[in-house]
Design a protein. Structure first.
Length: 41
């Protein structure tokens, strides 16, 4: 990976994609924690 700057719109798109993936991961993780708490696993 070269370390030259990405154009701002590309960086914004990457950031948006990263935020979406993080929120999906958090949702799955939290859902698992809640399920484990309710089912007592």
């Amino acid at each position: 990976m070269g370390n030259r700057q990405l154009p701002p719109e590309k960086r914004r798109q990457n950031f948006k994609t990263a935020m979406i993936m993080v929120s999906i991961a958090l949702a799955i993780y939290l859902g698992y924690l809640i399920k484990a708490k309710f089912l007592g696993v």
